[in-house]
Design a protein around this ligand. Structure first.
Ligand code: C2E
Ligand code: CA
Ligand code: CA
Length: 301
């Protein structure tokens, strides 16, 4: 009896998750999948507590001068065999289980510490972009956490940027706008990540205290089709007319870079400059390139 109840519960979860037509049959694979996910969450928790997670950094570059302007912090989960579980697989689990609240706080702190080191190395103030998830926003301590690390690492105004997605805003607009206002008043930049990919109303964009639009990689790939180009050009013009900074991510070729330069997009991020890498490798690369030249030739394999 207990087994059947458990299996019903798994099927029910599945029907809700996949928004099936109101019902789902139980299949043994569903149980295997649930067990696998639970196992991953357990391992993620213990690896986090054992300090085995890593924060890597990917440079952001000014399109005109090809100077490094900042970095995006990206979480990495190394495995014993040297491989990495992709963030697209474990971040949703970390969000679902609530683990992202503690992990996110740690990412924030590591990123600010790294920003200090990198700014010292380059002899000028740079910027650090950190991804934030919905459960972090729901945690009442979050704005205090941010203020604490800003103080602790003496991060100047405008140097820390939080990347949020449209779905965070739509989750609870009133609460999120309140928190964003508070963060902005402390000099924290807010970038809308994956802009244009969600289906949310454009109306919210002008009510939000955001400072930057981050044009998603899918638009870079579509820019060479005529309908794709219309979208890209509309988005970039809209950002500029609303007085927002703009950055494009996922730039891989010189043609793509030139295209966005001509659209007057200020900054870019992508494999053409550098892939995300550990802090030590990044420092080495910046030292070699004196933090300024095009990273095209110095990107490690
Ligand atoms: P995202 O925030 O959109 O991050 C950009 C992703 O694009 C990264 O994938 C980056 O490695 C990849 N990328 C950058 N340049 C290029 C390029 O030129 N070509 C291609 N094909 N890809 C490029 P990554 O590191 O696998 O991260 C995936 C997602 O996981 C991130 O997407 C973000 O949503 C999430 N994530 C990563 N770290 C964190 C974190 O610390 N906290 C939270 N909440 N989410 C994170
Ligand atoms: Ca991001
Ligand atoms: Ca993105």
């Amino acid at each position: 009896g207990l087994d059947i109840l458990k299996q019903c519960y798994i099927a029910l979860k599945n029907a809700k998750l996949h928004k099936l037509n109101g019902y789902a049959y139980f299949h043994p694979q569903m149980e295997e999948e649930t067990t696998r996910r639970l196992d991953l969450v357990r391992r993620l928790r213990s690896d986090f507590l054992a300090n085995k997670l890593e924060v890597w950094f990917q440079p952001q570059v000014s399109v005109n001068e090809l100077k490094v302007t900042g970095f995006e912090a990206l979480l990495r989960w190394p495995q014993a065999d040297g491989s990495y579980i992709p963030p697209s697989e474990f971040i949703p689990l970390a969000e679902y289980s609530g683990l992202i609240v503690d992990i996110g706080a740690w990412v924030l702190e590591e990123s600010c510490r790294a920003l200090r080191e990198l700014s010292t190395l380059c002899g000028r103030t740079l910027r650090m972009a950190v991804n934030v998830s919905i459960p972090q926003f729901r945690n009442l301590e979050f704005p205090n956490q941010v203020e604490r690390v800003l103080q602790q690492y003496n991060i100047a105004e405008g140097r820390l940027e939080l990347e949020i997605t449209e779905s965070i805003v739509m989750d609870d607009p009133t609460m999120v706008i309140e928190i964003l206002k508070r963060l902005r008043s402390r000099g924290v930049g807010i970038a809308i990540d994956d802009f244009g990919v969600g289906f949310s109303s454009l109306n919210y964009i002008q009510q939000l205290p955001v400072s930057k639009l981050k044009i998603d990689r899918t638009f870079v790939q579509q820019a060479n089709t005529s309908s794709g180009a219309v979208l890209v050009e509309t988005i970039s013009r809209m950002g500029q007319q609303l007085g927002l900074e703009t950055i494009v991510e996922g730039i891989e070729t010189v043609e793509q870079l030139n295209y966005f330069r001509q659209l007057k997009i200020a900054e870019a991020q992508g494999y053409i400059f550098a892939k995300p890498m550990p802090l030590a490798a990044l420092k080495e690369m910046l030292e070699l390139g004196q933090c300024s030249l095009s990273l095209l030739s110095t990107t490690p394999k």
